[in-house]
Design a protein around this ligand. Structure first.
Ligand code: GLN
Length: 272
């Protein structure tokens, strides 16, 4: 990316506005951060900066609260079962409700692996312990006998366009989506939600759950822009049009990873 500074594009009602800002809450950043998940924050920050958008970051941990109305974006990274138990207790209070409230009002959210599991209804570990979730996603997770570890390629049909997602998974939990919940994508290589039904991740309003570490946003800039768009639309109450960035180097990296993984992995049939 060239790093050119630009503002939100014409003909968005935001164009010409000089103090465009977004607030991002990083949930339990000290406990839930695996395999470079924090890089997702860097990607969001940089893609905002390049467009002249100021991203204000608030990290919250156990016992700390935030005001849902002031939050445009959330990030919730991965974590091991032990940390998930601790965080689950805290989420059972005001924070779980506040996340649901903000998402119902249009806030964007990205949750990865352990964070994603905690936003589903529950996670039953392989030891049979139930870790309650927030229930934002109508889905549940059950710990499996083996871990799903490796590179993933998934595809998502967006209108007529096939979007590719690349990333890295490492989880024992198998997540099963409720009947009305849309998957983020369809697995082409790897396991995704449960290794059975080809689904990867979940989407509810502007909230995304995924098993993809990597971190996922630098590897899939279109997903980062989808979140930024959701955040701007929530804050400014208008369908923001994002300035197109020169993503040629990101795109080359993305395509090279996708090619390598497809070549090495057991490719299931692709969407097209
Ligand atoms: N503990 C969860 C599992 O293994 C989540 C791990 C993770 O966040 N990578 O399923």
């Amino acid at each position: 990316m060239s790093g050119e500074v630009c503002s939100v594009a014409d003909p968005s009602p935001l164009s010409g506005k000089t103090d465009v800002r977004l607030s991002l809450v990083h949930l339990y950043a000290d406990l839930m951060n695996l395999y470079g998940d924090r890089g997702n924050i860097t990607a969001l920050r940089r893609r905002c900066e390049w467009r002249g958008i100021d991203l204000e970051l608030q990290e919250i941990s156990l016992g700390e609260r935030f005001t849902p109305r002031e939050c445009d974006l959330f990030f919730f990274g991965g974590g091991q079962d032990r940390e998930q138990v601790t965080v689950s207790r805290d989420l059972a209070g005001a924070n779980g409700e506040a996340i649901i409230e903000a998402v119902s009002e249009g806030a964007g959210l990205l949750s990865v692996c352990g964070g994603y599991q905690l936003l589903c209804r529950y996670f039953r570990t392989s030891e049979g312990e139930d870790i309650p979730g927030v229930g934002l996603f109508d889905a549940y997770t059950v710990g499996g006998p083996t871990r799903f570890v490796g590179n993933v390629v998934a595809e998502r049909l967006d209108g007529d366009e096939v979007r590719t997602l690349v990333g890295f998974e490492n989880h024992s939990g198998r997540t099963h989506l409720g009947p009305g919940l849309q998957a983020l994508g369809r697995v082409v290589v790897g396991h995704g939600n449960n290794g059975e039904d080809s689904s990867e991740g979940a989407v509810h309003r502007n909230a995304i759950g995924t098993y993809l570490h990597g971190p996922v946003l630098p590897k899939n800039p279109w997903l980062a822009d989808r979140l930024i768009h959701a955040g701007l639309t929530r804050r400014y109450g208008t369908d923001a049009i994002l300035e197109t960035l020169d993503d040629s180097s990101e795109q080359r990296a993305h395509e090279s990873v996708a090619r390598t993984v497809r070549r090495a992995g057991n490719v299931r049939t692709s969407i097209r």
